[in-house]
Design a protein around this ligand. Structure first.
Ligand SMILES: [Fe+2]
Ligand SMILES: [Fe+2]
Length: 201
């Protein structure tokens, strides 16, 4: 049974394109993300686009966790986590990746559009900060943020990142700088509290 499954998977792998191939690789035990390489003990430079895609997967999972959580305290913790991670992710993209991409890409409008979408997400985050913790207003706003981020992520991953990978940028240097900057921003945010008007239960 196991042999048959393995044979079917290797046959399928020949026809699949990413990300389906990444999923299959993961199932076969091959590392598919920078963290998984690190866990497997392999030194890898973080390609900036793969690093950001990993962030995207994480935050989309946290939106699901928020949605299904029923305890108000945990719900609030997910809201804080989502907003904090998004603020750091967007700011690091804007400081490190977007300016480099703007110089390298012929289509500068793509970066302008991404920045506009970040501003819309930040407006929603501001309104989440104002909303009552674990209130129905917060729930509606988090759902709107989830939909906005999902659309933004789809554009980044299907249109923007492939163009970035195709031009002459050092993706590994950008990845290392972006990871360091994102950590700095997260440290600043968590030192002061990302959502100062709110307290955790
Ligand atoms: Fe992103
Ligand atoms: Fe973005």
């Amino acid at each position: 049974m196991f042999e048959r499954l393995k044979a079917a998977m290797s046959h399928m792998a020949g026809d699949l394109k990413s990300p389906a191939k990444d999923v299959l690789n993961r199932m076969r035990g091959d590392p598919a993300t920078p963290s998984e390489y690190a866990k497997a003990g392999q030194k890898v430079a973080p390609d900036v686009t793969r690093l950001l895609e990993e962030d995207h997967r994480l935050v989309m999972g946290w939106f699901d966790a928020y949605r299904f959580e029923t305890d108000p305290g945990y719900k609030e913790a997910w809201a804080v986590r989502i907003c904090t991670a998004l603020i750091a992710h967007m700011q690091a993209e804007e400081e490190i990746l977007y300016p480099a991409a703007k110089k390298a890409l012929a289509d500068k409008g793509m970066v302008d559009e991404a920045e506009r979408e970040h501003d819309e997400a930040r407006e929603l985050i501001d309104r989440i900060v104002e909303a009552g913790a674990a209130s129905s207003e917060e729930e509606d706003l988090i759902l709107s943020l989830s939909a906005a981020i999902q659309a933004h992520v789809a554009e980044e991953e299907s249109e923007f990142f492939p163009k970035v990978r195709a031009c002459d940028l050092d993706l590994y240097d950008l990845g290392a700088r972006l990871a360091a900057r994102r950590t700095e921003i997260l440290q600043e945010l968590t030192a002061t509290g990302p959502l100062p008007a709110r307290t955790l239960h």
